[in-house]
Design a binder for this molecule. Structure first.
Ligand code: TRP
Length: 349
């Protein structure tokens, strides 16, 4: 395990503690790309933590990162539909629009403007080293990296710092971006005076979940359960999940990664340990394992799915939430941008 991962884990544990002791001191921001439907990877990796933070009393900022869609593709696709669907997923999962600010990049000019001074604080070599950016270029089959793909981690720093968030619930793949954000905050503060907090990641236990075929979860590979799927679609999808020929179910992530992954998913839904679930299934084989997982996921997601269907019918309500969220994000971004300009001496009237 790398030193920086270890350090991030320690800081994440400290945040967990603060969540119990002083939740009002936490301001959370996180974001999703509106590239399609959210799935159980997002749900266990981040969404549950968002709701937990909200329920503890932390301040919640939820970004729909529309500018990040065009980092690794040319076309935005059905961006309106995807933005709406993301807002719905988050509200259905339990984000309360009365308490959480749900907003989009493109509607908040002052947030985007922060990227200019921030870009001056990082080197091209540093940007080129970002392992998540490299992975994304590779999986998108991109041979010539565009300016936005290279620099979006700095834009993401603006996402986090415009509202001075101090906690960011994310999966492990986002840690390089969090590190970049911390570096931007530190360098800005050193150069222009204390302005920004250095935010911490809140990592979940679920950072290791894989797709249903045992490889990295990815929508384009079709190896995910989407939150919006019906119970029947979920059952059908899970029937196709990969297992192995040993009927005796055991929890052995190294030797039996696919089976272990399905056990982990059950464990996340039921709260029992994967080993205990394996014991209970015993020699029931892949069939019993998948049946139990289907029931577990459908039970876990049933309330979310019911609320989702209601929200789908109320386009005006969802539009209102985004309008109010964008207005609030603009207010706060303008205050931060004014402070930044003042720190930089860029006030002329
Ligand atoms: N890069 C994140 C992803 O691909 C989405 C994102 C955009 C984000 N801005 C953010 C996450 C700010 C956390 C904080 O999932």
């Amino acid at each position: 395990m790398s030193d920086s991962y270890q350090a991030a884990l320690a800081r994440s544990a400290a945040i967990e503690k603060r969540l119990e002791e002083n939740p009002a001191s936490l301001r959370m921001l996180t974001g999703d790309r509106p590239t399609g439907a959210l799935h159980i990877g997002h749900y266990f990796g981040s969404i549950k933590n968002r709701v937990k933070l909200q329920q503890s009393g932390a301040e919640i900022w939820q970004l729909i990162a529309d500018y990040q869609v065009i980092t690794d593709r040319e076309m935005l696709g059905d961006i309106r539909g995807s933005v709406r669907s993301l807002a719905i997923d988050n509200i259905a999962a339990g984000l309360d629009p009365e308490r959480a600010t749900i907003f989009t990049h493109s509607a908040v000019p002052a947030l985007n403007q922060l990227m200019l001074p921030f870009l001056s604080l990082v080197s091209v070599a540093e940007l080129q080293r970002n392992p998540t950016v490299k992975d994304e270029a590779k999986s998108a089959g991109i041979t010539s990296i565009g300016g936005l793909l290279l620099t979006y981690p700095v834009h993401q720093a603006a996402d986090i710092l415009f509202c001075k968030a101090n906690v960011v619930p994310v999966g492990r793949d986002q840690l390089p971006h969090l590190e970049q954000t911390r570096v931007v905050a530190r360098r800005f503060n050193e150069r222009y005076g204390a302005t920004f907090p250095e935010p911490d990641a809140l990592l979940s236990d679920a950072t290791l979940i894989l797709g249903l075929d045992g490889t990295k979860m990815s929508k384009s590979k079709g190896n995910v359960i989407e939150l919006r799927m019906t119970a029947d679609e979920t059952a059908k999808k899970l029937k196709g999940a990969k297992t192995d020929s040993d009927r005796m179910i055991t929890y052995d992530p190294d030797a039996r990664p696919e089976v272990a992954n399905l056990l982990l998913l059950i464990s996340l839904c039921e709260g029992l340990s994967p080993a205990q679930i394996a014991d209970e299934i015993g020699d029931g084989g892949g069939g019993a394992l998948k049946k139990r997982l289907t029931d577990a996921i459908n039970t876990e997601l049933a309330p979310l799915r019911a609320r989702r269907l209601e929200l789908e019918k109320d386009a005006a309500y969802v539009a209102d939430i985004l309008r109010a969220g964008n207005a609030r994000a603009n207010e706060v971004a303008e205050v931060t941008l004014a402070e930044v300009r003042e720190r930089m001496g860029m006030v002329y009237t």
